[in-house]
Design a protein around this ligand. Structure first.
Ligand SMILES: Cc1cc2nc3c(=O)[nH]c(=O)nc-3n(C[C@H](O)[C@H](O)[C@H](O)COP(=O)(O)O)c2cc1C
Ligand SMILES: [Mn+2]
Length: 488
């Protein structure tokens, strides 16, 4: 498999599936698959093994449909989708998000997402095959729906994947969390007592999907970053029944309105912390139009305990954008790695030569101030001689540099995630927990001499490397010092 995707940029889900097939990184599944029982476990198994993407071609009850999954599960597929080399993927994404040229989408007259149109009472959402994830879900969820909404007061379009529970032929519930931009925008419609127009995109090009889980700052329209990666603006078409726009090459588009006061119970959903969510008083989407391709592929995104496709996408994109957001406030920040359960446990490295006093506190406060840090609950902070993307190094440094009584501090109350099962307000409000900061950096002066602050490593020796080579062994450059003894 090549490192760089030759087909980049991929303009639709169909193009992406064809590309993965050419690369030998997609399996076609000819077996009969039942929506109720069979899909979740296949996805889980592929994610656990870093396996290939899959295209299910035989869905019971839906002979005309195909369902794809695991199309962005692995770093290689994520790298291809963004047109970046696999090596150094995280920092490269940060660089594009920081300095790539953003452009607003271009409006075009039509596109494949308009090939078939259902309006009013001709709409029947149950004609779309929606697999279940967990055992207790009923009815099932659109798990890959990207919600497109517009701010009431500005030109800010916001995108994000939102689970949507099927509640009738023309009815969905959507989980609008108040710690997310959609919650912040929806609140403005509520205060103005106006219905909020919404477009749900189910199936689109892979870069659009990665951007939809990128926690860009407020007022930044995530789709403007499409051009930063590809050099050209995203092409969008206008909706049939409202003034929103959607990618012209989407598979399925569901257009609707959300009433500012109407609510209905939805849940439980197999959520990213690995538990079922509670039941929520969720907003209701009344559907006014469904448009689609003649032969759409449904995209099934499994959610639940990691590893899984959704969390893998969020880890890579959230880490990358949070690095840029933090560096803008605290330039000493070097890298961010969201390690577990999206951002619940996150490691940050800072320049080890930084003036130490107060820097960890500064990073922690900045983390809770930037958009990408919203869900951070356990924050581990290291010097940058620790590679925060290497879990072995993270655990080692946590073990030897961290003194519990001295190096832990807490924020008693921060906005985090309402979906955290340890959170007392599960299901209500924005989600509020305490946040713990683990200072795993080394003390500053007077212990600032290199021999006290360096990891003890053997000197670089060409002879030693040759001896190892004779044995068929290699050693990581991180395992020896950068310098040799004199005379070597
Ligand atoms: C499969 C999947 C389902 C998700 N469902 C929801 C959801 O129902 N509600 C929500 O607020 N975020 C959900 N997310 C997370 C958001 O897409 C993500 O946090 C996004 O960056 C939020 O952006 P925003 O703050 O601009 O709205 C989901 C993510 C994935 C991968
Ligand atoms: Mn946003």
């Amino acid at each position: 498999m090549s490192d760089r995707a030759t087909g980049f940029p991929f303009l639709s889900l169909q193009d992406w599936v064809a590309f993965l097939d050419e690369q030998g990184d997609l399996r076609r599944n000819p077996r009969e698959m039942s929506l109720k029982g069979d899909f979740g476990l296949v996805s889980k198994g592929i994610a656990e093994n870093n396996g290939p993407a899959v295209l299910h071609e035989n869905v019971v009850g839906y002979p005309d449909w195909r369902i794809c999954s695991e199309i962005l599960t692995t770093p290689q597929r994520q790298a291809w989708a963004m047109g970046l080399p696999l090596e150094n993927l995280g920092p490269n994404i940060t660089e594009v998000l920081r300095s790539g040229e953003r452009r607003k989408p271009t409006v075009v007259a039509g596109g494949p997402c308009k090939e078939v149109k259902f309006l009013g009472d001709d709409i029947d959402l149950t004609d779309i095959p929606i697999p279940y994830a967990g055992v207790f879900e009923n009815p099932p969820y659109f798990s890959s729906a990207i919600s497109v909404i517009k701010d009431l007061e500005s030109d800010w379009y916001n995108l994000a994947i939102r689970r949507c529970q099927l509640k009738g032929q023309r009815k969905l519930n959507e989980l609008v969390l108040m710690n997310q931009h959609e919650g912040q925008i929806f609140r403005k419609y509520v205060w103005a007592n106006k219905p909020m127009p919404i477009a749900l995109v189910v199936g689109a090009d892979p870069l659009f999907y990665l951007l939809s889980v990128t926690p860009a700052a407020a007022k930044e329209s995530e789709w403007d970053f499409w051009a930063a990666f590809t050099g050209e603006p995203l092409k969008v078409v206008k909706c049939e029944t409202n003034d929103l726009f959607v990618p012209a090459t989407a598979e399925i588009v569901i257009e609707g309105m959300i009433d500012p006061v109407e609510r209905e119970f939805e849940g439980p959903f197999s959520e990213f912390p690995g538990y079922y969510s509670g039941c929520y008083d969720a907003v209701k989407v009344r559907v006014n139009a469904v448009t689609m391709r003649t032969n759409p592929i449904y995209y099934y995104l499994y959610m639940g305990r990691e590893p899984n496709e959704g969390i893998n996408m969020m880890h890579v994109m959230s880490s990358a954008v949070t690095t840029a957001q933090l560096q803008a406030l605290v330039p000493e920040v070097k890298d961010v790695n969201m390690i577990s359960t999206w951002a619940f446990t996150t490691a940050v490295s800072i320049d080890k030569r930084a003036v130490k006093d107060g820097i960890v506190e500064k990073v922690a406060m900045a983390m809770k101030a930037v958009k990408g840090g919203t869900n951070v609950k356990n924050l581990l902070i290291f010097d940058d001689n620790i590679d925060v993307r290497n879990l072995g190094e993270v655990l080692w440094a946590f073990s030897v540099k961290f003194q519990p009584a001295r190096d832990i501090f807490m924020f008693r109350k921060c906005i985090t995630s309402a979906l955290d099962p340890s959170c007392p307000s599960l299901g209500y409000g924005p989600g509020v927990t305490s946040v713990a900061v683990y200072d795993c950096t080394e003390p500053g002066p007077p212990h600032d001499e290199p021999y006290r602050r360096e990891v003890a490593l053997p000197p670089l020796s060409n002879t030693a490397l040759a001896v190892l080579k004779d044995m068929g062994l290699t050693v990581s450059p991180r395992s020896h010092a950068a310098v040799q003894f004199e005379g070597e």
